[in-house]
Design a protein. Structure first.
Length: 224
């Protein structure tokens, strides 16, 4: 076989792979617009502790201490779409038509990425102290069996500081037996960056009233 024929085969294979990747990306992007497309197993509040500590295939706990006040931290977790100021991400967005400055048990919210979006439901809220959510849906089929998330705010080690504890746990649907917790060192820097972003000292720009927008929200005007 001549060199030109080999080169042609290689170029053709690269083009086919590129087209397949593009089609796959378009499909994934379309799926990501519907975070509730595929249901996942919802969790009871009584099961969350054990799930995070033992039964979830993957679980990570991060802590960050900040001089921000407890009220400011809680306000950011409840009212700010902190992911929307990061590349390729959006949310969290409360799914109610009204503003959820203080969500109640049963309230839903979504978070979206370029190829993956998720839906959650509040299962515990203690104002200024704790927010616990269980997964209710995901945009990609057969990917995740269940997941949970919890924020806890406690007094910090120094005066006028608070410590935020962020716990995330989840299990894949088909390969949950793999030791996914071994991936924690890889995931930790990325998620630590996110929690530091939430607690950045530079304030997020507060949303402004806007006629015709439910709850007075104006798109992503939460960010400065």
């Amino acid at each position: 076989m001549s060199g030109a024929a080999v080169a042609g085969i290689v170029v053709g294979a690269v083009l086919v792979i590129g087209v397949l990747a593009m089609v796959g990306g378009i499909v994934a992007y379309g799926l990501a617009t519907r975070p509730d497309r595929f249901a996942v197993r919802e969790m009871r509040l009584a099961d969350v502790d054990r799930y995070i500590e033992k039964t979830a295939s993957f679980a990570i706990v991060l802590e960050c201490t900040t001089p921000l006040s407890r009220g400011e931290v809680w306000s950011r977790l409840m009212q700010v779409r902190y992911l929307s100021s990061l590349p390729l991400l959006a949310g969290p967005t409360w799914t109610d038509a009204t503003d959820r400055s203080e969500p109640v048990v049963g309230a839903g919210r979504t978070m979206s990425g370029t190829i993956l979006s998720v839906a959650q439901r509040v299962i515990c809220v203690i104002p200024g102290e704790r927010l616990t959510l269980t997964g209710t849906g995901i945009s990609v089929p057969w990917a995740i069996a269940d997941f949970a998330e919890r924020f806890t705010i406690v007094d910090g080690p120094r005066p006028r500081t608070v410590t935020v504890r962020w716990e995330i746990a989840g299990s894949p649907r088909w390969v949950g037996w793999l030791p996914w917790r071994w991936c924690v060192p890889i995931a930790r820097p990325v998620l630590a960056f996110v929690v530091r972003h939430i607690l950045r000292l530079k304030p997020f720009r507060r949303p402004t009233d806007h006629p015709g927008v439910p709850g007075g929200r104006c798109g992503n005007s939460d960010f400065g």
